[in-house]
Write a new protein. Structure first.
Length: 362
């Protein structure tokens, strides 16, 4: 079936539809990952966005429940050069088009994704609509220019009630701004009894759960909308070890007086090189974000910058100078992506254990 992508700059791309037969609107972004399409599509950090895959073929190994990063993905659409006609893998439980149809997510293939990505890199992120017709394209363009698809999006993807991911030994609270399942898996590997709480949970409500540490998850949208969450973190870091990932990193920065800005087209992919400033070590990382911390706004009396992105110098890690609290912009859970940085979870657990030991000996 013929399907179109209408962009806010007036450009139109004609292609072939797959997945759900619906029209949808979102922020058009791209990922450079060569694999991991299912994890990307189910990552809540892509909520209300239309995702363009730069790899020319996706869907070749199908879809399996084991690789979900959320059970109800909020992505608005998928665009690729070609979707596999006959996928094959022993783990496969569904095809990518079949999965998208069940999730009510439209797809668009057989367009020039290279040209589209060049446009996004040159002009920055643009809003777009996947549509079945272009007869009203002019009115669609006007509507797109007025919209802000990601405003208030964290309230849509965060859990509404707290829930456990049972384990033993350590009690960790995960504040859900759009958390990936892989973060919970990494905590489970490290003997953590995890309680996932809504993004709006207050510091006192978290302290009432008697955790040993707090993890701030990834999530979509503009971090500067999360003023209440930043106030919560500013209080929590005085009492408990804190680890922020992606959106959690940005909120940690805001809690300590820094500011954030919207990037031209963001970092989305699994091959971003990051330098650990202290050791000089370079790790390749999985990333998915459209905002970054302004390095000029970082209060050097409170925070130190621990990691930077080699390609553009953006702030990729922060550590508090007084409290056992740190954050990274990338995904050490690496689902998908390289596992170069998964030792950061061990660093967090060490902080938690040291605090528990100190309290025991006090």
């Amino acid at each position: 079936m013929k399907r179109y992508l209408i962009m806010e700059d007036g450009s139109i791309y004609e292609g072939e539809g797959f997945g759900a037969d619906v029209q949808t609107t979102g922020e058009v972004v791209f990922t450079t990952g060569m694999t991991g399409y299912q994890e990307a599509i189910t990552d809540q950090s892509y909520a209300n966005q239309i995702l363009v895959f730069t790899n020319p073929l996706i869907g070749n190994y199908g879809v399996t429940l084991d690789d979900f990063e959320s059970l109800q993905p909020q992505i608005k659409g998928v665009i690729c050069r070609q979707v596999a006609r006959i996928p094959s893998n022993w783990r496969m439980q569904d095809t990518l088009p079949g999965f998208l149809e069940k999730m009510n997510i439209p797809g668009l293939q057989e367009i020039d994704t290279r040209e589209l990505v060049r446009k996004l890199r040159h002009f920055g992120t643009l809003r777009g609509r996947i549509a079945d017709s272009i007869t009203d394209a002019d009115s669609v363009v006007k509507e797109l220019k007025r919209q802000n698809p990601t405003k208030g999006i964290i309230s849509q993807v965060s859990t509404k009630t707290l829930y456990p991911n049972p384990g033993t030994k350590r009690n960790i609270v995960v504040v859900d701004f759009g958390a990936k399942h892989s973060i919970l898996r990494e905590l489970a590997k490290r003997d953590c009894n995890t309680i996932v709480v809504p993004y709006s949970t207050t510091a006192q409500e978290i302290l009432n759960l008697h955790p040993d540490g707090v993890l701030l998850s990834n999530g979509p949208g503009n971090p500067e909308e999360m003023t209440a969450a930043a106030e919560m973190v500013a209080e929590i870091e005085k009492h408990l070890p804190v680890f922020g990932i992606c959106m959690g990193h940005q909120i940690f920065a805001l809690a300590n007086g820094a500011s954030t800005y919207k990037m031209k087209f963001g970092h989305r992919g699994f091959n971003h090189p990051v330098r650990d400033i202290a050791s000089g070590q370079i790790v390749f990382t999985s990333q998915n974000h459209g905002y970054a911390v302004d390095p000029a706004s970082v209060d050097k009396e409170k925070l130190m910058i621990t990691h930077v992105e080699i390609n553009d110098g953006t702030v990729e890690g922060l550590r508090h100078r007084q409290y056992p609290a740190f954050s990274v912009q990338f995904h050490p859970d690496a689902a998908p992506g390289p596992h170069d940085a998964d030792g950061l979870f061990d660093d967090f657990i060490s902080m938690v254990d040291q605090r528990k030991e100190a309290r025991t000996n006090a």
